[in-house]
Write a protein that binds this ligand. Sequence first.
Ligand code: ZN
Length: 543
Amino acid sequence: MSQITIFKAKKIITMDPNCPEASHVAIRDGKILAVGGADCAEPWGGTQSRDDRLKDTVLMPGFVEGHAHMMAGAMWQYAYAGYHDRIDPDGKLWPGMQDIDAVISSLKTHEAALPADTPLVAWGFDPIFLPSARLNRHHLDQISPDRPVAVIFSNFHLMCVNSAALALAGYGPQTEAEGVLKDSAGAPTGELQEMAAMFPVMRRMGVDFRSLAQQEGSIRTYGEVAKRAGVTTITDLFSTMEPEDLEVMLKVTAEPGFPLRIVPAQGAIGATPEQIAAKAKSMAEQSTNKLRLGAVKLMTDGSIQGWTARVKWPGYVGGHPNGLWNTAPAQIYELCEVMHREGVQMHIHVNGDEAAEVSIAALEAAMRKNPWPGHRHVLQHCQMMGVDQFQRCAELGISANIFANHIWYFGDQHAALTIGEERAQRMDASRSALDAGVNITLHSDAPVTPLAPLVTAWCAVNRQTMSGRILGEAQRISVMEALHAITLGAAHTLKLEAEIGSIEVGKEADFAVLGADPTAVDPLALRDVPVLGTVSGGEVHLL
Ligand SMILES: [Zn+2]
């Protein structure tokens, strides 16, 4: 008979309404055998040992991040150019840069240390925080006139490159491509919007999401990033995994001590809908405990802070034209029909409310053709969705993964510069979604914003912006609702609620190890609750 280990904690918040609190949890074979008091495992007999390493901590179910990207760790091989201070996977703090000059001088330093034939890539930049002129190729030519330089924006939907990088992709005054911005003289400004415009430059600079994600080092760093955030199950929500990458993923995730369960969703691009569905189904068969395959991610529109999201009337304030489709509506309909018919779960990126509208209608049409009550399709971001759209999601069994971090990071900018005060007040409408009966979770979209589910929960609970104002009082949710969203709510969107998301008998022994009780602190202090590490499959990983 295998060994039983009993962990004692200051408090265990189980998220199981049948037994909401406990002091001890017993583990056998990586799973939860018993929950309760010191004697909870007594009826099981056998060899029992006690582990008191967590006795002064508060345990919760391991947090589940339903929308993040495996490059969250790997991005740190590039220069950081963001507005906010940020902590890398080793725990080092990188100060934010508050104007273009600071970005240029920091990137100059970085450039000086690069080997001659290496392009300079930076990430995390966001022009919406900078009141000065928009970043353009002339700025970046100051860093280097001949080395290709690319600054990827924090939303990963836009970038700005220097003249050498434009030349690499053959972009010039003759270029007529959507997303390649031009100045009044007809020359490219250096700003490239959305995937069709960005990919030709990225490819030639050797930057692609696959090479960033699908390396042993990137997968291990993802594990480190997750540990610091209390996360034990995470997605990779636009996976570009090829068959040879799968070998690497299977190997690393099966290593003893790997602290994370990864749920990739294959990006629905580069093949016919039938081929994408067939690949998803064959991947699903290769799933292991730590690697769950078979879902698909659809990209529809762009990003609101980049003005590339597709929004309904009256559009953007200040007269910005409506955004761009990464997948045209007709293709969205086709992809939804085929994936749904083939039994493939979809995660669908919708930032603007027009993108949500088209996606909900496409899913409804697919469901009328081929009923599938257990589909669990998920709309991702859902930032501008109104009560009407959430009610339709409830009717259709669609979950919503809400980008709550936007309220803090971009809320002031949305009110002033993108969609205006009224619609900003009801952005990321967790309250409306819950009241409509929709299963919700909340996400960081790391590396877009840092992976930290307690911070994300804090955003949905408090709705405070960077300027300190409350944006949309009526959309606040309770601490317990937010904690449910980052555990069981997220598990539900991944079809894993039978295995993870709460501390109850039979589930995986996955815990977030915390330094304080998130249900006992002032809700405004929720984001300050220290994460001390995780327990994954019964193995303790303290920081
Ligand atoms: Zn994303």
